[in-house]
Design a protein around this ligand. Structure first.
Ligand code: PMT
Length: 403
């Protein structure tokens, strides 16, 4: 998603480089415009390096720079316009449609959503002129995020601090989202499970959690209330997603049992171990001459298969990690595990599947042809899977209306 970040002149502008980073972490491409006052608070070079694009300011409006039409190109490029920090001055000019600098001129070229994150002194924020401008922007559908309460540049305490950067990024993602999963409760599992051999060793697999985290993140972006149940993973919880950590398959089963009550959708992207050691040694197993002959394994419960009983009304999505006969094996899992959608994942390749940034899958349905989602980032694959989930939810709504 393309985010055009307008930075205005206030002390909070020093947070703009970190905001560019935050948006980057959320898979956004960012370009920046600085108002004339902003460069006193924020070095354009920092924004240029972090965004990977040149930074635009008033110098582009001068004839002979070849940038006179810059507002047209930038406005058309932007999926979302974010103004952060937004000063009282810029808020008022945006509210009344003034176009007397590059940022406000470009704002009139943006036909996508606009998000504004104000930052100013508490007295300015409470001034009727600013209240009126903010109300006018809200009426036009502009999202206003913050300001927060806290210490201000003046040293006083009050409302006027720039909102937390993750909250601003979440507002941008939400503004651009279709919202087609709004109000839906979605449970996602991700990552590996660790099955203890002794007090320090375990059986595990190469799952990083990326695929499941991407599904959780995209579902939240589309308006769902998301619970992410994760096996051990170094990833940070996506914006707006509530995370619950577990270690073993038995713990994951318990967490899924509790969280799936009332869920509309359950997605099992976790790589759950099929087996666990029959018993875990209390301490660290001693090395013995001649080797360790065997570790007795017992079968773990199949969480996806049990979901049919635990969440009979939910749309149930499973994955199949296969190294051979991808479609045939996945088709068997679709039937035997009672899933509505089964995402077939070829894990014999190193460029997709386990511990990679990209994926390529085929989604099998109970009815209808399989849907291939070609190789792309896991975020986009997640969106493709969620489009099919939405199709299932829509079909249920239609059949409920008919009957
Ligand atoms: O985490 P990443 O590095 O991003 O990698 C992503 C992934 C490869 C792990 C993911 O895309 C994937 O394929 N996840 C499923 C892995 C797996 O366990 O596949 P399976 O074919 O063994 O299991 C089939 C389904 O049953 C899965 O939905 C699995 O969650 C579920 N299952 C398996 C065993 C078990 N005891 N209980 C289960 O619920």
């Amino acid at each position: 998603m393309n985010v055009l970040l307008g930075v205005c002149g206030g002390i909070a502008a020093c947070k703009a480089p970190e905001l560019v980073r935050e948006l980057g972490r959320a898979d956004c491409r960012v370009r920046c415009i600085l108002t004339p006052a902003a460069s006193s608070f924020c070095a354009p070079l920092a924004l240029e390096i972090l965004s990977g694009h040149e930074v635009w300011d008033e110098s582009y409006l001068r004839p002979g720079t070849g940038g006179v039409e810059q507002h047209v190109e930038l406005g058309q490029w932007a999926d979302v316009l974010l103004v952060a920090p937004a000063t009282a001055n810029t808020i008022s000019r945006l509210a009344w449609g003034l176009a007397d600098d590059l940022l406000t001129t470009t704002a009139l070229m943006v036909d996508g959503p606009v998000v504004v994150a104000p930052a100013m002194h508490a007295t300015m924020w409470e001034h009727p002129a600013v209240r009126e401008s903010v109300a006018r922007l809200r009426q036009r559908g502009v999202r206003v995020v913050g300001p927060d309460v806290g210490p201000l540049a003046s040293g006083e305490l009050g409302v006027g601090r720039l909102a937390e950067l993750p909250a601003i990024a979440s507002a941008v993602l939400a503004a651009a989202s279709s919202g087609d999963l709004a109000g839906r409760r979605v449970v996602v599992t991700a990552g590996p499970t660790w099955e203890a051999v002794d007090s320090v060793r375990f059986l595990a697999n190469r799952s990083s959690g990326r695929m499941g985290f991407a599904i959780a993140e995209r579902a939240a972006r589309r308006g769902a209330v998301v619970r992410l149940i994760s096996g051990p993973s170094a990833l940070a919880a996506p914006h707006g997603v509530e995370r619950r950590d577990v270690t073993s398959a038995l713990e994951m089963l318990e967490a899924v049992r509790e969280e799936c009550e009332g869920a509309d959708v359950v997605v099992m992207a976790a790589a759950v171990a099929d087996y666990r050691p029959a018993s875990a040694a209390a301490g660290k197993l001693k090395k013995r001459d001649g080797g360790l002959e065997s570790i007795a394994l017992v079968e773990n419960p199949d969480i996806l298969a049990e979901l049919a009983r635990m969440a009979p009304d939910a749309v149930r999505v499973g994955f199949a990690a296969e190294t051979e006969d991808l479609i045939e094996n996945a088709r068997q899992k679709l039937a035997s595990k009672g899933a509505h959608l089964l995402v077939a994942n070829d894990v014999s390749r190193r460029d997709i599947g386990f511990d990679s940034h990209d994926n390529e899958v085929v989604v099998l349905r109970r009815e209808g042809e399989p849907v291939r989602i070609g190789k792309r980032g896991k975020g986009e694959v997640a969106d493709g899977i969620l489009d099919l989930v939405r199709g299932e939810l829509d079909a249920r709504t239609r059949s409920a209306v008919i009957s």
